[in-house]
Structure formats: C-alpha cells, structure tokens
Ligand binder design. Structure first.
Ligand SMILES: Nc1ncnc2c1ncn2[C@@H]1O[C@H](COP(=O)(O)OP(=O)(O)OP(=O)(O)O)[C@@H](O)[C@H]1O
Length: 362
C-alpha cells in the first residue's frame, strides 16, 4: 500500500528550475490520487512553460516511480495564469489578467523590439497574449508584427484587435498617421492611448504587453498611474545607463507603485557578423550593476545583432523568424523570468470583495 505522503516526499526532490523551489512546497501538486500501485496527479504552473513540460514530466514521473510499490504514474502539467494585484485604487480590465509595461528612459534603445519579442515568446510558451503599441512617437508594431490592416468595429464603439503569430495587436499606428500622433500634447495623448487600451475587445488575455512611449514625461507618468499594471520591464542600453535615463524610468514606476519586474539590457555586446568575435563596446556588466544597485532583477542582455533589426523590419521578429536560435532563446528566457516574477506576486482579490453600497435611511 503506497501512502500519499511517500509520493509527496519523493516529488519534493524535483526542483522547478524557474522558481528554484520544489512543486510540493509551492502547492503546485493537485489532485494526487494513489490507488494500489497507480499514482496520478496534476501540476499547476502559474506561468507558461510549454517547452519545458516534457522534461518536467519525465523528472516527476521518475521521482514518483522511485517510491517502492509505485508501478504506473500519470502526470498532467498545465498552466493557470491568474490576475495579480495592480496599483491601489485602479480596477482591472475585463478580459485582461496581467498588464506588463515595457518602458525605457529614452527613445531608440530597442524597447519596441524587446516588447514584440517578449510578447511572441510568451505566446510560444502557450500563453494568451496581447500587444498594445502605445508608442505615439514611433508606432512600429504594425511593421514588426507584419500587419497592414485597419481594425474593424462591430458596434461602432469598440474595436477588434488584429492578430498575427497568435498575438492580438492594437496600435496607434493602425488608426492615425505617424505625424498626427507625434504632435499630441499630454492630455490628448493620454486620452487617446487610454481609449485604445480600453476600447479594444481583448479576448481573454493572460498577458497584455504595452509598448510604452519612450521617456518619463507626463504622458508616461499618467499612463502608469491610470492603467492597471502588474509590473514593468525597463529596457536599457549601456549608454542609457551611463546617462542615467534608465534610472529615471525606474523612479517613475516607483512613484506610482508599479513593481519593476526587471531590467533588460539591449545592445550590450557586439557580435561580429564575420568572425563571431564578441565585443563589449560600452563596457561590461552595466545592466547587471544597475540592477544590483536598485535591488532589481537583471532579466538578460541582448547583443547588438543585425539580424534582430532585419527580422523585425521584415515583419518576422527573431522569436518567430528563428525560434530555436540563440537570440530567440535569450528572449524566451527573459519572457519566462517575467512570467515567473508575475506568478510570484500577490494575486488580485478585488473581484472577491463584495461591493458595499451606502444608502440613506429615510
Ligand atoms: N539588439 C539589437 N540589435 C540590433 N538592432 C536592434 C536591436 N534592438 C533594436 N534594434 C534596432 O534599433 C532600432 C530602434 O529599436 P526600437 O524601435 O525597438 O527602439 P525603441 O526604444 O522602441 O525606439 P522608440 O523610442 O523610437 O520607440 C530599430 O531599428 C531596431 O530594429
């Protein structure tokens, strides 16, 4: 007779490489059933991990089979992404569980390229993902996502997102000419971006990635206050670190109590396309040091690589153009860290509380 406890004890030896903890102590083991020599259980992950599931399943089965008396093991691993807490006083949006802002202290650091590859990497791992291009100064997502169309509205009030590579997309660039959006002043830009966000019929998203306008001005600050954000990812380049721009971005999110999920260092090293020689043009470890200084996670560094630009410009960003290549793996690794960081945050319980209505007793 095999005891449930013996199985659980054996499973504790399997460490989730993403969280560094075992599945039993994170309460990810569900529905454990032991009947004679047959063991079955589910593992519920809080983040998408399609590519890792076969290896995890093998490790869990091997661990359970190590218990004397166990003959057959059936494991079902699945991902359940839940909504997590956002800024106090800001309500979640229907159909969107977690919003992640991708921001930068200044323009041109590769924020949009990082945002699109992160969105595609999360989708590749099995999540339901949306991408909102809020970059009024250079909406590049239509080009990078290979979408040349206008959104349709069935009811005259809301718009359907466009879709490619399994990601739902809305961009300011679908609706207005670039020179038109560029000249918008603060309040007008915020209103337009909020409408773009809230009047899109996002369909059941685990994650909505927002490609923020670059910089830390009024528009960015107001959006970070009003949009229900689970967290922010800051994209920097080594020069950006030197100029303190990235630090301004960090301060902005701190001011509005949006947690920073980590820092991505872009164009950190140059890889020679002829000889493969790796060169740290702007010095080594800038991003890592900054992350340590601010007690934040360093999510990863991307090289300055001509293919990243060419693939994005051709409407097939690296994660779809070369999904098993080194660079795609770097984006996937960063995306996984982002999702795991989100899974570790407090859940949103706002919908669980009853609404209290105060009425006058006359
Ligand atoms: N790691 C990289 N290697 C090579 N080129 C890159 C890399 N990251 C981004 N680029 C290229 O650099 C340019 C700027 O990138 P991107 O548009 O993503 O920056 P951004 O920070 O979003 O800029 P903006 O502030 O204008 O929106 C683009 O042409 C892009 O293809």
């Amino acid at each position: 007779m095999v005891a449930n406890d013996s199985v659980l004890q054996a499973l504790q030896a399997v460490i989730d490489p993403n969280t560094g903890k075992d599945f039993v102590s994170t309460k990810s083991v569900k529905h454990l059933e032991v009947t004679g020599g047959d063991v079955s259980f589910d593992i519920e992950l809080g983040y998408p991990a399609k590519s890792q599931i076969p290896a995890l399943r093998r490790a869990l089965i091997a661990a359970a089979k190590g218990v004397p008396g166990v003959e057959n093991v059936s494991v079902n691993l699945r991902t359940v992404v839940v909504p997590h807490a956002v800024q106090r006083g800001v309500a979640l949006m229907p159909g969107v569980k977690n919003i992640v802002a991708v921001a930068s202290g200044k323009g041109g650091v590769g924020k949009s390229t990082t945002a699109v590859n992160l969105a595609l990497a999360l989708a590749a791992e099995g999540a339901s993902v949306g991408l909102l291009d809020a970059d009024i100064y250079g909406p590049s997502q239509p080009l990078m996502m290979g979408i040349d169309a206008r959104p349709v509205s069935d009811d005259g009030k809301t718009m359907e997102p466009l879709e490619n590579y399994g990601v739902q997309v809305m961009s300011i660039g679908f609706l207005v000419g670039q020179d038109e959006a560029m000249v918008w002043r603060g309040p007008m830009a915020v209103q337009a971006l909020e409408q773009l966000l809230r009047q899109t019929n996002w369909r059941d998203l685990d994650y909505l990635i927002i490609d923020m306008p670059p910089g830390t001005g009024d528009i960015q600050l107001t959006l970070s206050q009003r949009v229900p954000m689970t967290g922010a990812v800051i994209v920097t380049t080594p020069q950006d670190i030197a100029l303190l721009d990235a630090k301004k971005g960090i301060k902005m999110f701190e001011k509005v109590a949006v947690p920073i999920l980590g820092i991505v260092e872009n164009m950190a090293v140059h890889v020679c396309s002829n000889c493969g020689h790796v060169e740290h043009i702007f010095g080594q470890n800038g991003g890592k040091n900054m992350a340590a200084e601010y007690q934040m996670d360093y999510l990863g560094g991307l090289p300055l690589d001509i293919n990243i630009r060419l693939q994005a410009d051709n409407g097939r960003p690296t994660v779809v153009a070369d999904p098993d290549g080194d660079v795609a793996m770097m984006y996937k690794d960063i995306a996984r860290k982002v999702a795991v960081a989100i899974a570790g945050k407090n859940r949103d319980f706002s919908s669980k509380f009853p609404t209290i209505t105060v009425s006058a007793n006359t």
